[in-house]
Write a protein of this length. Structure first.
Lengths: 462, 371
């Protein structure tokens, strides 16, 4: 199930909220536990078994690690075993077919064609943080199975993040206040996310589809840039829209999740971009891979190697395909260059550094969005004139005119200006404007969902 | 923030989702959408096998979307929102000048096009009867000047040129006739079909290919049978602000005897089924809509013609009555037996293959012409 669907908004959510606020608070986690499984199993009911298995293994590992705490080496063995089980499930379901296709010269190794369990990359990382945090002493053991299961399968962030670490929500699993302002801020945040996904991302996504489908011989330089800029906007509004909806839904249920996006497209370096883009994933890799590998404490050469490892993994996390690995390595290279000397130079001009960062990110999205290597090289080549069918053609004029107003709105929405303006609004004006805006976004989004000819889910490979 | 403010925000949201949740629950399901001209999804039957293969949840989501309270208004609202956002198209239909809606034509799949060309060539090789091919360009080509500036739409005339250069049949220049009269009402503004007037202009080219003389529109006394025709482009675009079309009949049925074979057995047919004017799909008034086979005994002198065609021909047929003794009309989507046998058994003198460019480049049943 996805948030931006009529089923979720007009059946699932009203029922979940109604029962949640009617039952006594001690039953709320049980109710969430049940509806989480319904949400997760909606597309593939069989995988509920996988989810329950994952919950049980990590729950038991947490108990064992806590009990063996006096005996460090035994606790470590349990932790390693648990991490191996988690990663084995992820590798099997997500990467087995990719490995099999690349090793097809070995007899009996054949792709299985299994459906990827929805959100497995998100919840595996989320779940794994628990035994690690318990082992490190960063979190207390959770003895209540339902509470732990509620954390693992919590529907708001289950399928597309943010990746919530156990220690960040441990206390909220035991106690959540009923706070009207928190619920209202949840509504506002959900509406922002819904608008981003349904009205902005789906809209500009159709423009990317036009250029993605265009045969290489017809693509012009301007067309290639317009297409990939459309994708850059689509992936940002889609992904950050999901995170906004997740954070908003979390607040409606009394949870506070950490922020996941912080206006990434206003960055003035790639280093800054990755502090603003998918923050929960970079934080996860920093805390559980980069720092354990030694981070920046073991000399420059080791630090650069660590960057390479982390970004190769980050790329590969996004999907079982070579282009995602390439995309990760592309960022490793830029981050290394910045670390070595570029960052100091970039401080000298705000405008040039901003343009530099945007161009690097936009070219990066071409590597991300086109999974066939040959097509990808041709597309990026066209952006820089190689093999292009001229600079521009009439289709660029048509689509610039058609999407012009949308593009202006979206570029504005990439900046913090809108949020600043809302804060500056006098109280009385806000008391009227905010509910009205909520209603407008709800009504228009519903219209787009009812005529839902185009509503893709981009994270089926994550 | 004041205490009252968050409550208003919560109420707007909660009431909105709760109200539509309840309205969806209490309103009965509709079977057919007049506006969209299609059957709507119904509640799927639950079974564990359907649940586990994913078909239940998929059908259920379609059902929720199709039966959403006030669906028609939402769909029309979305089209208006798109237009307000500066878009000049919605769901692959262009909003054009002169209150006209035109469906996008996409670059044909070369393999499908080649297969259909091969089928026409195979037909010409199979039979001694003369084979004629007529491709009808759509409004996207003939009314290109009404499209939004620089509209991204593939070139149908180039497709016609390509097909005509590769077929062994005698080709008929329908595009020329329609382009010469492009400033007249030759296509419906809300539908992909041509009007009777467009079909009348085309008949001049078709009949002259057979050495016969066509009548000009001025020679007829057209009768307007409806002014309330909302076509397929209107339905799929949601552009409810566009005014309806009217449908005219030019040629009275006269002494022509029409037999229809909707399920194999012979039934009485008609050139004009007036009862269809009560339904949404008013164009199906011509010949009573899709059918595998029609036979018209015209009561006139002339050769026996076989027509392999799509629905554009339904409104062309009346203009051909005067020049043939019998006209057999096959729709290969439904008529699945050998065309070569049919030609032999029925003593056919000439075969006319007549399709819109759009259908000829996408239809997967044209290959039957060569069987």
């Amino acid at each position: 199930m996805v948030f931006s669907s009529l089923l979720f908004m007009f059946i699932y959510l009203p029922v979940v909220l109604a029962v949640y606020y009617v039952v006594p608070s001690k039953w709320r986690n049980v109710w969430l536990f049940i509806v989480n499984l319904v949400f997760y199993g909606w597309g593939e009911p069989v995988y509920i078994v996988l989810m329950l298995f994952s919950i049980t293994v990590n729950y038991a590992a947490g108990l064992l690690i806590a009990r063996l705490k006096g005996d460090g080496s035994k606790a470590k063995r349990v932790l390693v075993a648990c991490v191996v089980v988690n990663l084995a499930l992820l590798v099997f379901f997500k990467y087995y077919d990719f490995i099999a296709e690349n090793l097809s010269f070995i007899p009996f190794i054949r792709p299985l064609g299994l459906t990827l369990p929805i959100g497995i990359s998100f919840y595996t990382f989320q779940t794994m943080s628990y035994p690690i945090d318990v082992y490190r002493g960063d979190a207390d053991v959770q003895k209540n199975y339902v509470r732990f299961g509620t954390f693992v399968a919590l529907f708001p962030q289950l399928i597309a993040g943010p990746i919530v670490r156990y220690k960040d929500v441990a206390n909220q699993l035991a106690f959540r206040a009923n706070d009207r302002e928190q619920f209202a801020s949840g509504v506002r945040r959900f509406i922002v996310g819904l608008g981003k996904k349904v009205l902005l991302a789906n809209n500009i996504g159709m423009l990317w589809d036009v250029y993605k489908a265009m045969p290489a011989g017809e693509l012009t330089v301007a067309g290639a840039w317009l297409g990939i800029i459309a994708f850059s906007l689509q992936i940002y509004f889609d992904f950050s829209g999901y995170s906004d909806m997740a954070i908003g839904l979390g607040r409606m249920l009394g949870f506070e999740f950490l922020e996941n996006f912080n206006y990434p497209y206003i960055s003035k370096s790639i280093t800054e971009f990755w502090r603003r883009w998918h923050i929960s994933l970079s934080t996860w890799f920093r805390d559980y891979v980069y720092i354990p590998l030694g981070g920046n404490r073991k000399g420059l050469a080791r630090q650069l190697l660590n960057i390479l490892v982390v970004w190769a993994l980050t790329g590969f996390w996004h999907g079982a395909s070579w282009n995602f690995l390439l995309w990760g390595l592309y960022y490793a290279v830029w981050l290394t260059i910045e670390k070595l000397f570029l960052l100091k130079l970039l401080d000298k001009s705000k405008i040039i550094s901003h343009i530099y960062a945007l161009v690097v990110v936009i070219v990066g999205w071409a590597l991300f969005a086109i999974d066939d290597f040959g097509d990808c090289v041709r597309y990026v080549g066209t952006m820089f004139g190689a093999g292009a069918a001229g600079f521009a053609s009439s289709d660029v004029l048509y689509y610039l005119r058609s999407y012009g107003p949308s593009l202006v709105v979206m570029i504005f929405a990439c900046t913090p200006l809108g949020a600043l303006a809302m804060k500056k609004l006098p109280r009385r004006a806000a008391a009227i404007a905010v509910p009205v805006l909520i209603l407008i976004v709800l009504v228009i989004s519903t219209a787009y969902l009812v005529d839902g000819t185009y509503n893709p889910f981009l994270y089926f490979r994550f | 923030m004041k205490k009252g403010a968050p409550l208003a925000q919560i109420l707007v949201f909660v009431i909105f989702i709760a109200a539509f949740a309840v309205l969806n629950l209490v309103t009965p399901a509709r079977t057919f959408s007049e506006q969209e001209n299609r059957y709507l999804a119904q509640a799927p039957k639950f079974s564990f096998s359907a649940l586990f293969d994913g078909s239940f949840t998929e059908s259920f989501e379609k059902y929720v979307t199709d039966q959403f309270f006030g669906r028609d208004l939402w769909v029309a609202g979305k089209a208006r929102a798109e237009r307000a956002a500066g878009k000049t198209e919605n769901n692959n239909v262009f909003f054009c000048a002169d209150d006209t809606l035109v469906e996008r034509f996409s670059e044909p799949d070369p393999a499908q096009l080649a297969a259909n060309i091969d089928a026409v060539n195979a037909l010409a090789a199979n039979t001694d009867a003369d084979v004629y091919l007529a491709l009808i360009p759509g409004a996207a080509a003939v009314w290109a000047d009404r499209l939004p500036a620089n509209a991204d739409c593939a070139d149908q005339l180039a497709v016609i040129d390509e097909v005509y250069s590769r077929v062994d049949a005698e080709t008929i220049d329908i595009a020329g006739a329609l382009q010469a009269t492009a400033d007249e009402y030759i296509f419906y503004r809300t539908d992909h079909h041509w009007t009777s007037l467009g079909a009348c202009y085309a008949s001049e080219r078709i009949l002259s290919a057979f050495g016969a003389q066509a009548k000009l529109p001025q020679a007829f006394a057209p009768e307007t049978v409806t002014t309330e025709f909302y076509g397929t482009a209107w339905s799929s675009s949601g552009a409810t602000w566009v005014a309806p079309d009217s449908i005219d009949i030019y040629v009275p049925q006269g002494g022509a005897v029409v037999k229809n074979y909707p399920h194999g057995a012979e039934e009485d047919g008609t050139l004009y089924d007036m009862s269809r004017l009560e339904t949404k799909d008013k164009y199906s008034m011509f010949c009573g809509g899709n059918t595998p086979r029609l036979r018209v005994d015209t009561g006139n002198e002339g050769p026996h013609l076989l027509v392999l065609r799509d629905s554009y021909f339904d409104s062309e047929l009346p203009f051909l009555l005067g020049s043939f003794s019998t006209i057999d009309v096959l729709d290969l989507r439904y008529f699945r037996t050998s065309v070569a046998d049919f030609i032999r058994e029925n003593d056919i003198d000439a075969v006319l293959v007549i399709y819109s460019v759009s259908n000829f480049s996408t239809d997967t049943s044209v290959f039957l012409a060569g069987r």
